[in-house]
Write a protein that binds this ligand. Structure first.
Ligand code: TXA
Ligand code: MG
Length: 327
């Protein structure tokens, strides 16, 4: 008999489940995570199995404090310490050399580990209660849209007996910024997020930031696969200036389309379009984006057309996710 997910607000129940080797979906400020005790290899294997994640894609380790995060690492550069002081708890993940405490199953055979101290109050209490690190990828099936509410997680895994700790809608709405801090002289952004390049430069100075190179072989970041974060519907992304032209050229194609844009062009809309207005505040847009993808799929739209936000602040990370969803 397949189970059914259970949504709870009990930290004690969640802690007990984790300590007995079960998976628990946890709220974070970015997106919901599918958590397991990082020190329990059987529990870690369950994460890969439930998510359908290939074994060569590493997991992020979530810690209750920077001190605990440093125990996951063999060495910690001064840049990593500065970033942790500035942004933890918060939506920033640091890649460091792996210590023996962290198994190769977690890091997918790599000698580096990705760690972060999340800021969501429920998950902070949970980390304090279990007093050990938790691995947690985003709580969606591999390659799909990250969940930003407890109900999204339930919809992802309807046949599992997963316990879901309900912390309400996520505040940031897209995944953490990942920064490679293994080198002594410089850091490198592997995945953009709410903590931007500008934030890193303010903390570390311009010289410390390495421009990303085209070397996907060095580190594997599954969120950096060209196709990821994808709903069922086909996603089309457009710059603001392209919207009128797109509307004019799609007048007769009659594809049921969910249009996500802050404002409509003055011209007539093509047939079959439903416009969903989003805030021109890009932080609010980021908060809602993944829920809108899910809504469009639920309502069986064949196509989602999204107007890209301006390429500044969290807008850069949002553009990155939207472009991958459109591939
Ligand atoms: O905001 C987030 O980071 C969310 C919440 C739940 O914390 N987690 C998340 O996990 O997005 P996931 O597994 O969906 O994405 C983690 C990314 C993957 O792209 C993975 O390849 C990368 O982190 N990663 C993990 N360990 C790594 C490592 N040692 N080196 C480089 N990248 C790593
Ligand atoms: Mg993910």
């Amino acid at each position: 008999m397949p189970g059914q997910p259970l949504i709870t607000q009990s930290i004690a129940d969640a802690a007990e489940a984790l300590l007995s080797g079960q998976l628990v979906a946890i709220p974070t400020e970015t997106v919901y995570g599918l958590a397991a005790d990082a020190t329990n290899p059987i529990a870690v294997a369950k994460v890969f199995a439930l998510k359908g994640r290939p074994a060569d894609h590493p997991l992020i380790v979530h810690c209750g404090s920077a001190a605990q995060a440093w125990q996951c690492a063999r060495s910690v550069t001064s840049a990593a310490r500065r970033l942790a002081d500035a942004f933890w708890p918060g939506p920033l993940t640091l890649v460091l050399p792996r210590s023996d405490w962290i198994s190769l199953a977690i890091t997918a055979g790599q000698d580096s580990v990705a760690v972060r101290v999340p800021s969501h109050p429920l998950t902070r209490q949970l980390l304090a209660a279990v007093d050990r690190p938790l691995v947690a990828p985003s709580a969606n099936r591999f390659g799909r849209v990250s969940p930003t509410t407890a109900e999204h997680v339930r919809d992802e895994f309807p046949d599992s007996d997963l316990l879901i700790l309900d912390g309400g809608p996520c505040d940031v709405g897209i995944e953490s910024t990942i920064v490679d801090c293994r080198a002594v002289e410089s850091v490198r952004i592997l995945r953009p997020g709410k903590i931007t390049q500008q934030h890193l430069v303010e903390e570390l100075g311009e010289a410390c930031l390495q421009v990303p190179e085209n070397d996907p072989a060095t580190v594997r970041v599954s969120g950096a696969l060209p196709t990821h974060y994808a709903p069922q519907a086909k996603v089309v992304v457009l710059e603001a200036r392209e919207l009128s032209v797109w509307c004019a050229s799609s007048m007769d194609d009659e594809v049921p389309t969910f249009l996500i844009a802050p404002a409509l062009p003055p011209e007539n809309l093509p047939a079959g379009i439903r416009w969903h207005s989003v805030s021109s505040d890009v932080n609010q847009f980021a908060r809602e984006m993944y829920a809108l993808f899910r809504q469009a799929d639920r309502e069986s739209f064949a196509r989602i057309v999204v107007q890209l936000p301006p390429a500044e602040g969290i807008g850069l990370a949002l553009r990155d996710r939207l472009q991958r969803a459109a591939n």
